[in-house]
Write a protein that binds this ligand. Structure first.
Ligand code: APR
Length: 245
């Protein structure tokens, strides 16, 4: 059988599937990626917006950038790729885990429930003093920094900046799923950021069948049993034998 047919067969017959998504899956929803040609890091210096020192230096500037992204995210809609992953979750239940690097919340808005957000959630704030997490006010009512609803101290974006630790237990849960799965599906990530970038390789080394969906080759591509040079929507439609469009 060809790669795609084998991959389709393995995916449809697997009882345990682990999925890792990156910014590429949200690009069809109009949310920019980071390292693509028109990615955010082409226009914004990540050292100025996505590090603890950037925030310490100029919290207002960092908040304004996140507030801008937050408003864009709320205007975006989940796309058919997000919806197909919800279908996959419904067919597998406990045997399915979706691990995302994305902070846009589109997987949850599409209906995914078994989700690990490795890098946090741009629609939430986190108190600098007591650590309380809280939803951000609606964009029209929102002037950063948001006060913590529990103690009144200023909140920061509830996202993981470069050099920061992932949310407690998040990577452990992801690693457990990727080293126990029969099929690992890696969609729309350049594989540039650790520890997320290791999950596909670790799954492969644990005996999983590894499928990648990305219009570009990545460091993971040579390891993949099937690397589909397609967008997330087309790739999932092909894998799940759904009509294109
Ligand atoms: N479908 C699938 N993949 C796509 C599509 C598409 N329609 N369009 C582009 N891509 C691919 C690109 O080829 C690229 O490999 O999506 C990938 C996006 O890579 P990045 O912009 O590096 O995003 P990501 O891998 O998610 O970045 C990881 O880095 O900046 C940090 O915290 C941020 O979570 C982010 C992390």
């Amino acid at each position: 059988m060809s790669d795609l047919h084998t991959a389709r067969h393995r995916l449809m017959n697997a009882r345990r599937i682990a999925v890792l998504t990156g910014a590429g899956i949200s690009k069809p929803s109009g949310i920019p990626t980071f390292r693509d040609a028109a990615g955010l890091w082409q226009d914004f210096d990540l050292e100025e917006y996505a590090t603890p020192s950037a925030y310490a230096r100029n919290p207002q500037k960092v908040w304004e950038w996140y507030a801008w992204r937050y408003k864009n995210v709320l205007q975006a809609q989940p796309n058919p790729a997000h919806a197909l992953l919800v279908e996959l979750e419904h067919s597998l239940g406990e045997g399915f885990l979706l691990v995302t690097q994305n902070v846009d919340g589109l997987h949850r808005r599409a209906g995914s429930q078994r989700v690990v957000n490795l890098h946090g959630d741009i629609t939430r704030g986190r108190c600098e003093r007591c650590g309380q997490r809280f939803p951000l006010p609606a964009p029209q009512d929102f002037t950063p920094p948001p006060p913590c609803p529990a103690c009144g101290a200023p909140g920061r974006p509830d996202v993981v900046w470069f050099g920061e630790l992932l949310p407690e237990g998040a990577f452990e849960r992801a690693l457990e799923a990727f080293t126990a799965c029969e099929v690992a599906l890696v969609i729309g990530t350049s594989g540039e950021v650790e520890p997320a970038a290791s999950l596909g390789r670790l799954a492969r080394h644990s005996g999983a069948y590894l499928i990648e969906i990305n219009p570009e080759a990545t460091p993971l591509s040579p390891l993949a049993d099937c690397s589909l040079r397609m967008g997330a929507v087309e790739g999932l439609q092909a894998l799940m034998a759904r009509p294109p469009g």
